[in-house]
Write a protein that binds this ligand. Structure first.
Ligand code: OGA
Ligand code: MN
Length: 202
């Protein structure tokens, strides 16, 4: 468990900024196990090109985003993912306790950005049917350096307020209404990407 001062730090920063970069959210070997799970799924061709928009409006638009995803059944996660999901559930409890966000569920997928891919500036909280309250991305890439690209940029009033490298074990947490972008990556970039929701999903 994290100690009290570490706990206060993220709560204060999240309250002030609406985002938080959390290094070593899981230990390296737990993160590495999830990375291996993703590589196995990739080898079995279980990833699909990601779309944009919801349900009937969903479509693939390579000029907006070019990542590949595999949805996680978070009520029946495998061994590797369950370590992350337990920690995430503790985090949701803390968020509800401190900010009364009314988070009732979450959804998440494994994500692979191959070299050359990106996700242009967007928000995750859509005006119609906006059940996405807080976005999270858990990164799974060893020894990322600035020139590898693929940073997550978060914006406020058209200024960049955060540039986050997708480093193994780092969790990025931000309000889903915030504008953000994934810069073009030069390397394979793996993560778990998800959203905390204010309603239960089936
Ligand atoms: C998304 C997204 C950010 C990231 O999938 O909606 O913004 O850092 N991902 O992968
Ligand atoms: Mn997003």
């Amino acid at each position: 468990m994290m100690n009290i001062s570490a706990m206060n730090e993220w709560i204060e920063a999240f309250e002030k900024n609406g985002f938080y970069e959390w290094p070593n959210f899981l230990d390296q070997s737990s993160a590495q196990a999830i990375r291996l799970e993703i590589e196995n799924l990739e080898a079995q061709e279980r990833f699909k090109q990601a779309g944009i928009g919801k349900d009937a409006n969903a479509h693939i638009n390579n000029s907006q985003r070019s990542d590949f995803i595999h949805w996680i059944d978070h009520r029946h996660p495998n061994q590797a993912a369950s370590v992350f999901i337990e920690k995430l559930q503790e985090l949701i409890t803390q968020l509800n306790r401190n900010f009364y966000l009314g988070i009732r569920d979450f959804e998440c997928h494994y994500t692979h950005y191959p070299p050359g891919s990106f996700y242009k500036r967007h928000v995750d909280r859509h005006k119609s049917g906006s059940s996405r309250i807080v976005s999270f991305v858990f990164y799974l890439n060893q020894e990322w350096i600035d020139t590898d690209g693929g940073q997550l940029c978060i914006y406020a009033e058209s200024q960049t307020v955060a540039t986050i490298n997708p480093q193994m074990g780092t969790l990025a947490l931000f309000l889903s209404e915030k504008e953000h972008e994934v810069l073009v990556t030069q390397r394979d970039r793996m993560s778990i990407t998800g959203w905390m929701l204010n309603e239960k999903i089936l």
